[in-house]
Design a protein around this ligand. Structure first.
Ligand code: ADE
Length: 241
């Protein structure tokens, strides 16, 4: 069965990119199947109201719980993970993407305004796992672009979606470090040279150089990713060398 993605949003047009490029092809090939649903179809008043003022006062509006409950009852198979993008969530990681890619599918609930009444996530936990997640330490206007990010990160890990399995296994973050730089022809370009070791044909030396560059880049750009217990002697030597 294809990996099933359902998204509930008040801006269904925003999810149009899900039908393009890598994902569109994966859908055509039957590897993924995507449903985008307008939350307002589960409202019952003439104004199709989805939000209301926050209890306790304060700025902005909160999404009402009942349309969400009806939407999730209609769209979410029992046991399917519900993902709620929110800047107040746990950080989304490559490890989460890899775990979610093992599941049969995902349902995403896009909040706008100041978020969704918290009782929706609490109630939804009775029917399956609920993940409130953030894609980074910045605030978006809503969860839609975060869903595009997460769906792309998860679906490219599904078998057959990306042609070259190695390009997935050797990604930045796949081994906890950043990827080394890469080069193609010409060897000399506008006064900038390809590192000579890559032209040497010495595969052991190339592997050592790649590991050293990966460690160096990570130490400079993302020292938080280096192992807290310290590097192995071999990696320490590469980084210092
Ligand atoms: N909604 C608003 N900001 C967000 C963020 N950083 N991550 C996920 N969802 C969001």
């Amino acid at each position: 069965a294809p990996f099933r993605v359902d998204v509930v949003t008040i801006f269904p047009e925003y999810l149009a990119p899900l039908r393009q490029s890598l994902l569109g092809k994966a859908a055509e090939r039957g590897l993924v199947s995507i449903g985008v649903h307008d939350l307002r179809q589960w409202t019952d008043d003439v104004h199709r109201t989805v939000d209301d003022a926050p209890y306790g006062g304060g700025p902005g509006m909160v999404m009402k719980p009942e349309p969400w409950a009806l939407a999730l009852e209609a769209v979410r198979p029992s046991g399917t993970r519900l993902v709620v993008p929110t800047p107040a969530g746990r950080p989304f990681t490559q490890a989460m993407a890899a775990e979610w890619a093992q599941e049969p599918g995902l349902v995403f609930a896009c909040g706008r305004y100041e978020g969704i009444d918290q009782r929706v996530a609490d109630w939804a936990a009775d029917a399956g796992p609920v993940s409130e997640v953030s894609i980074g330490d910045y605030v978006l206007a809503g969860g839609e672009s975060a869903v595009l990010v997460m769906v792309e990160a998860v679906t490219r890990l599904l078998p057959g979606v990306v042609g070259n399995r190695e390009s997935v296994e050797f990604d930045s973050h796949a081994d906890g470090l950043l990827e080394e730089p890469s080069y193609t022809r010409p060897a000399s370009w506008r006064g900038h040279e390809v590192p000579p070791v890559l032209l040497s044909g010495d595969h052991a030396a190339i592997d050592r150089w790649r590991r050293a560059e990966s460690l160096r880049r990570t130490a400079v750009r993302r020292p938080d990713l280096l192992p807290a217990e310290g590097l192995s002697d071999a990696d320490r030597a590469l980084l210092d060398g």
